[in-house]
Design a protein around this ligand. Structure first.
Ligand code: ZN
Length: 69
């Protein structure tokens, strides 16, 4: 939409969902960031997946925190 993934509201990571193993999506809405599985539709707390962080999630988080002034 904006021609850049950096400010996207969600990003597909390579981190497997804890419930079904499907690669999970990281989503942000306003100040809140959470994980959403497109396969089983379960949501997870970001903190649960931080230890599994991949490059996609890391880059996404940089964009999130750059929003703070
Ligand atoms: Zn799942």
């Amino acid at each position: 939409m904006w021609g850049s993934n950096r400010w996207a509201r969600n990003a597909q990571t390579t981190i497997p969902c804890k419930h079904c193993g499907h690669p999970i999506t990281v989503v942000r809405s306003c100040q809140h960031v959470y994980m959403q599985c497109e396969q089983c539709k379960k949501q997870g707390d970001l903190n649960e997946y931080i230890p599994l962080m991949d490059d996609v999630l890391e880059e996404f988080m940089e964009g999130v925190f750059c929003d703070r002034v």
